[in-house]
Design a protein around this ligand. Structure first.
Ligand code: PMV
Length: 328
């Protein structure tokens, strides 16, 4: 081989039951299982070119050349792929996304899921969904959940072998939508990799982990039975628990902005009015409203009256990571 290339597309995902804290940081083995759905309409497209002429890896994200830690993280994942394929070529990675990066919209999940499929395919590997999910996990834990389609559960496992995500229901199973309310589009101060490493410093993390199987059971059953009320309650509790751990870590992680809090306060009231909506937040100030599709316009209208909102993105449940034909 002198040159070989592949392009993959992946969606970010929103966790309904969250992952926070690792039992093994290098392998990104999580302390607890998690459940998410992929965000259709939002995507990262990544092209990987391996060439025997290259003398280093390179990375371009949204037309900007990336060096330092971003490139290092990509090279580390490429090293795993090179090792699996038994080939030592360097790669050019070109990635574009159609949503804000680094602001609580799980950009690294889509990025590493797409990179895993494109890089492994370009080097001639044909990995199973499980093995692709395991590979994506090495780049960003939540990326393992962007590999399978629809509603997804990450089985935490205890080793590299048994920590991967599976689809628990197809995207067509239930018409939920993520209405993503952007209150701050800039890069967050402390990313999730650093945040996971602090989780154990919170006295609340142990209790959060111990209770995770119960929350996972409630969340999974609520999805399978399309029980919005049960889902809403556990999703909000789970998000609040994770943020309680963040806020009580040392140093403290406080991601909320005033606009975040005003939305968090009003959403349960909207639910009492009969609107099927609940909130969840990742490691950032932006707030994800999980809404039944038939109520999206009403929720958007109600959001119009609230201050501090910069942008609203709407994402239905999406498919898994897939290859697309190379157009260059
Ligand atoms: O995959 P990471 O390392 O970016 O961690 C993601 C952590 C949260 O988004 C806050 C929660 C989750 O389960 O997605």
């Amino acid at each position: 081989m002198s040159t070989s290339t592949a392009t993959a597309v992946s969606h970010p995902n929103i966790a309904l039951i969250k992952y926070w804290g690792n039992r093994d940081h290098e392998l990104r083995l999580p302390e607890n299982g998690s459940i998410s759905f992929n965000l259709g309409g939002l995507f990262t497209q990544t092209k990987v070119v391996f060439d025997s002429k290259f003398d280093t890896d390179s990375l371009t994200v949204n037309n900007e050349r990336i060096q330092n830690s971003g490139l290092k993280r990509v090279s580390q994942l490429l090293n795993v792929v090179r090792e699996l394929a038994g080939r030592q070529y360097f790669a050019q990675v070109i990635s574009t996304s159609n949503f804000p990066i680094g602001a609580g919209v799980a950009s690294s999940a889509a990025a590493f899921a797409a990179l895993s499929l494109a890089a492994s395919h370009a080097l001639g590997l044909s990995l199973s969904e499980k093995d692709l999910s395991r590979l994506a996990r090495r780049g960003s834990g939540s990326a393992c959940r962007s590999i399978p389609a629809g509603y997804v559960e990450w089985l935490p496992g205890r080793s590299d072998e048994d920590s991967y995500a599976i689809s628990i229901a197809p995207s067509t199973h239930w018409d939920l939508v993520d209405v993503i309310v952007i209150v701050e589009a800039n890069h967050k101060a402390v990313g999730s990799t650093a945040g996971h490493a602090l989780a154990y410093t919170s006295p609340i993390q142990k209790a959060r982990i111990a209770d995770a199987p119960r929350r996972l059971d409630i969340g999974r059953n609520a999805i399978l039975q399309r029980d919005f009320e049960a889902l809403a309650e556990i999703v909000e509790v789970d998000s609040n628990l994770m943020h309680a751990v963040m806020m009580t870590s040392n140093p403290t992680l406080m991601y909320w902005e005033p606009a975040t809090i005003s939305i968090m306060k009003v959403v349960p009231e909207w639910r009492l009015e009969g609107i099927p909506v609940c909130y969840t937040l990742d490691a950032g100030p932006n707030i994800h409203l999980i809404v039944r599709r038939d109520y999206v316009n009403l929720v958007k209208k109600k959001l119009d009256n609230l201050p501090g909102i910069q942008q609203i993105l709407v994402a239905p449940v999406g498919e898994g990571t897939h290859l697309i034909p190379d157009r260059s």
